[in-house]
Design a protein around this ligand. Structure first.
Ligand SMILES: [Fe+2]
Ligand SMILES: [Fe+2]
Length: 259
């Protein structure tokens, strides 16, 4: 659906900064409903997914790079984590690009959205950015990659399975360094928890706008428990995530009439 066909209100500029640079091949849309959302199990969906994922990995790389530039005085350990993340996300972008081309697709074939980059642009502190990008977006991505890995293996798509497998290992490291940093900072000064809470609230509000037309009806998979523990979440945090995920999926199943 083209943006001109929709009657939605504009995104709130309080929640969304500028988008990243994209060359003219890309068609950039603002919300999920304006993307090409093909049904699961269709060939178009698999193709579009590679394209979407390629752009998302690029946004994550750009977020990590921007944080490195914006916070030159942050601890060396966290800057080293961000630098490594830039390299990893660049590799993920190139992996999806290669797969897209190998399977007959091309850059710019589908519209993309850069909401991750735009939301991070409205968070002015490193703890908040890490809480949103690494600890939330990437933890959700880890659940998705863990599920997709099993799905690709079951289908016998070894090339895709290997891509997810390598990516999963990298994402664990990205979440882990953020978890370690956030926990150390909270121990030194529990007041920094306010920055994190503010950032997470902003993200929740922004998400509600991006996905107002759908896109969060994921009920196929839950929390990747082992991978999240490996990524530095405590057993209690994982337990809460599992409970929330189960409740959310049950609500989605009820809404879709799947129960
Ligand atoms: Fe990645
Ligand atoms: Fe990552």
């Amino acid at each position: 659906m083209a943006p001109s066909d929709t009657a939605r209100p504009p995104l709130d500029p309080r929640l969304f900064g500028d988008g990243p640079a994209r060359d003219p091949r890309f068609t950039v849309r603002e919300v999920w409903a304006e993307l090409e959302n093909y049904p699961d199990g269709t060939p178009e969906r698999d193709h579009e997914f590679l394209h979407r994922q390629m752009n998302e990995e690029m946004c994550v790389m750009e977020n990590a790079a921007r944080s490195l530039a914006d916070f030159p005085d942050a601890d060396w350990s966290v800057r080293k984590g961000l630098a490594r993340q830039c390299a990893d996300e660049a590799r993920h972008t190139m992996n999806y690009h290669r797969l897209l081309l190998a399977r007959g697709g091309h850059v710019g074939q589908y519209p993309v959205t850069n909401f991750q980059y735009r939301i991070l642009g409205r968070i002015d502190n490193l703890l908040g950015r890490l809480a949103v990008q690494n600890r939330s977006f990437e933890a959700d991505g880890l659940d998705a990659a863990t599920h997709a890995l099993a799905e690709a293996r079951a289908k016998g798509d070894e090339v895709l399975a290997e891509t997810y497998d390598a990516q999963q290992a990298d994402e664990v490291c990205h979440i882990r360094f953020a978890n370690d940093y956030i926990k150390a900072q909270l121990q030194q000064s529990p007041r920094v928890g306010l920055q994190i809470a503010r950032a997470l609230n902003l993200c929740a509000e922004a998400f509600a706008q991006v996905f107002a037309g759908g896109g969060e009806d994921v009920e196929k998979y839950g929390v990747a428990v082992e991978a999240r523990l490996e990524a530095g979440f405590s057993p209690e945090e994982v337990e809460v995530a599992v409970r929330q995920s189960n409740e959310r999926r049950a609500a989605v199943r009820a809404r879709l009439g799947l129960t």
